[in-house]
Ligand binder design. Sequence first.
Ligand SMILES: [Zn+2]
Ligand SMILES: [Zn+2]
Length: 194
Amino acid sequence: MQLLFSDVRKKHGEALHVAGVMPSRKPEKIREVQAISPLTFQGETRWEDGGVRLTGVLSYTAQLTCVCCLKAFEASFRVSVDERFRPAAVASVDDRTGGRGNRRKTRPGCPGESAAEEDASGLNVEVIAGEAIDVERVLQELSIVHLPWTPVCRADCRGLCPSCGRDLNEATCDCALETIDPRWLALRSLRDHL
Ligand SMILES: [Zn+2]
Ligand SMILES: [Zn+2]
């Protein structure tokens, strides 16, 4: 799935519908991620501020491993997308005038001022070399960025017992009793003194 700057520009700010299903990319280095489903995108694109703005919703599911109980589980994601792209030619004009990517202080009244203000507004613009935006690559990256750092199968997952390794969601074990029951502590200190 690709978007051409020229195709969006010639619509003069009118929205172009963008939708499709595309393959996902599995992050090799994150062992808690077993698989990601194909990515579904529903949205639109328009020409804005000398570049392309892509908005919409990205949905997919992922097979993850719970970091507490080490069981596999499936989670669904709906990511709100709002990405901006500018052709490299436009960006290099800004660089010359002290704008984007240039931390030099702009003198008052200098033509670079408006570009610097745009940067200060906090908009994240990706500069694209060439005429085409690889939407598939952008959405694949977003799908990975929005996966949880530490996946947990459910909010109250009790995890594994650190002593015997039993899944505490399924059963309790005596190790847990021993550490929390004060009577056992008392007995143990008695035993230690025998
Ligand atoms: Zn769990
Ligand atoms: Zn245990």
